[in-house]
Design a protein around this ligand. Structure first.
Ligand code: NAD
Length: 357
C-alpha cells in the first residue's frame, strides 16, 4: 500500500482532500499538521478511525521533524496544503507567512530531495504536489484571465509568500529533477472553511444577526471554486500531470463580493427565514440583506482574479462539476447543520473581529 502525506490536512481544503483520497483511492493517508488556529482535528473527526489514516502533529518548517516523517513513512506522494492563508492576517503579521509558506515549503522540498537521493524511486513512483494560489499573479483589469505563463506580481504579504515558494518548487525540478507539480487555484468555498473567510463569515454573522462587513464598495471580483472540484483537480494532476508541470484550477464562476453576499442572503431567506430566526426577528429585520454594511477596504485589495483553466481541462480532463449557485446552497446548509463545528474551531481564538487594517 503506498502512502500519501497530506500537509495541512486539518485545514479547510486539506480535510476535504483527505476524505476525497480515502474515498477514491486505496492510499494510506498520513496527515501532517501543526494545528494552528486554522487547523482543527474536529475537521477530521469522521475519518479519525479509518484504517488507512494516521495523524502527526508537526511543523513543516521543522527540518528534523520533516526528514523523520519521510524516513518513517517513505511516501510515494506528498501534497502540500500547509500554509498561513488569510490575507488580512498577513497584513498584521507577515513573518509567520514567510516562515511557513516559504521556509516550510523549502524544508519539504529538501527532505524529498535528500530522501530520494538515498532511495531513488522508479519512474513515476514519487510526486510532490504544491498547492498554490491565483493571488501570486496579482490583480486583473475588467478583461482577461490568469494562465500558467502569467508573470507573478503579488500584492499582499500572503500572495508574496506563496509566490516565493512556487519558484523554489520549480527550481527543484529544473535543478535536481525532483518530480514536482504545482497547482494554482482560485478562491475555494465549501464545508469546513474557517469562519474568517468571506463566505462562512457572512453565513455565521447573518445567522447571528450581526453586521455583514463588505470591504470597500463590494465590487472586487473572485473566481469561485467549490472545494470538491478542487480536490478532484488535484487528484487528476497527481495521476495525469507531467513532472515539473503547473496547472491553473478555477471554477469559472466570477462574482463580485457584493453578488456573493446577496446570493447568500437570498439562500438564507429560504433556508432559515428571518421571521423564524430570533436573532433577526428581535431586531425587526425581515431579510438578511438588511445586515449588509460597507466597511473600509483592505489595503492593497486586488480588484479581480480570474483563472484560465484550459490546460487543466485539456491535459487532465478536469472540469468543475458544481455550479456556483448549487455549491453555495450546499455550503449554507452545511454551516447551518454544523454549528457545533463552527463554535469549536473559533473557541478562544477568534471572534470574527476585523483584521488587517
Ligand atoms: P487553511 O488555513 O484552512 O488550513 C491551513 C492548514 O495548514 C491548517 O490546518 C494549519 O494548521 C496548517 N498549517 C499552518 N502552518 C503549518 C505549518 N508550519 N506546518 C504544518 N501545518 C501548518 O487553508 P486552506 O484554505 O485549506 O488552504 C490550503 C492551501 O491551499 C494553502 O496552501 C493555500 O495557500 C492554498 N489556497 C487556498 C485557497 C482558498 O481559497 N482557501 C485558494 C488558493 C490556494
Amino acid at each position: 500500500m503506498s502512502t500519501t502525506i497530506v500537509t495541512g490536512g486539518a485545514g479547510f481544503i486539506g480535510c476535504n482532500f483527505v476524505r476525497h483520497l480515502l474515498d477514491h483511492t486505496e492510499e494510506r493517508v498520513v496527515v501532517v499538521d501543526k494545528l494552528t488556529y486554522a487547523g482543527n482535528l474536529e475537521s477530521l473527526a469522521g475519518v479519525a478511525d479509518h484504517p488507512r489514516y494516521a495523524f502527526v502533529q508537526a511543523d513543516i518548517a521543522d527540518r528534523d521533524a520533516v526528514r523523520g516523517l519521510f524516513a518513517e513513512h517513505s511516501p510515494s506522494t506528498v501534497v502540500n496544503f500547509a500554509a498561513e492563508t488569510h490575507v488580512d492576517r498577513s497584513i498584521d503579521d507577515p513573518g509567520a507567512f514567510v516562515q511557513t509558506n516559504v521556509s516550510g515549503t523549502f524544508e519539504l522540498l529538501e527532505a524529498a530531495r535528500v530522501h530520494l537521493r538515498e532511495r531513488p524511486p522508479l519512474d513515476g513512483e514519487f510526486r510532490l504536489l504544491h498547492v498554490s494560489t491565483d493571488e501570486v499573479y496579482g490583480t486583473l483589469g475588467p478583461e482577461g484571465a490568469f494562465s500558467e505563463t502569467t508573470p507573478y506580481a503579488p500584492n499582499s504579504p500572503y500572495a508574496a509568500s506563496k509566490g516565493g515558494a512556487d519558484p523554489l518548487v520549480r527550481a527543484y525540478h529544473e535543478t535536481y529533477g525532483l518530480p514536482v507539480l504545482l497547482t494554482n487555484c482560485s478562491n475555494n468555498y465549501g464545508p469546513y472553511q474557517y469562519p474568517e473567510k468571506l463566505i462562512p463569515l457572512m453565513i455565521l454573522n447573518a445567522v447571528e444577526g450581526r453586521a455583514l462587513p463588505i470591504y470597500g464598495d463590494g465590487s472586487n471580483v473572485r473566481d469561485w471554486l467549490f472545494v470538491e472540484d478542487h480536490c478532484e483537480g488535484i487528484l487528476l494532476a497527481l495521476r495525469k500531470g507531467g513532472a515539473g508541470e503547473k496547472y491553473n484550477i478555477g471554477g469559472g464562476s466570477e462574482r463580485t463580493n457584493l453578488q456573493v453576499v446577496d446570493a447568500l442572503c437570498a439562500i438564507l431567506d429560504e433556508e432559515l427565514p428571518a421571521s423564524e430566526n430570533p436573532a433577526l426577528a428581535e431586531r425587526g429585520l425581515a431579510t438578511y440583506a438588511a445586515l449588509k454594511s460597507f466597511v473600509p477596504d483592505r489595503p492593497g485589495h486586488d480588484r479581480r482574479y480570474a483563472i484560465d483553466a484550459t490546460k487543466a481541462r485539456t491535459e487532465l480532463g478536469w472540469s468543475p462539476a458544481h455550479d456556483f449557485e448549487g455549491g453555495l446552497r450546499a455550503t449554507v446548509r452545511w454551516y447551518l447543520e454544523n454549528r457545533q463545528w463552527c463554535d469549536a474551531v473559533q473557541a478562544g481564538t477568534y471572534e470574527r473581529e476585523r483584521l488587517g487594517l
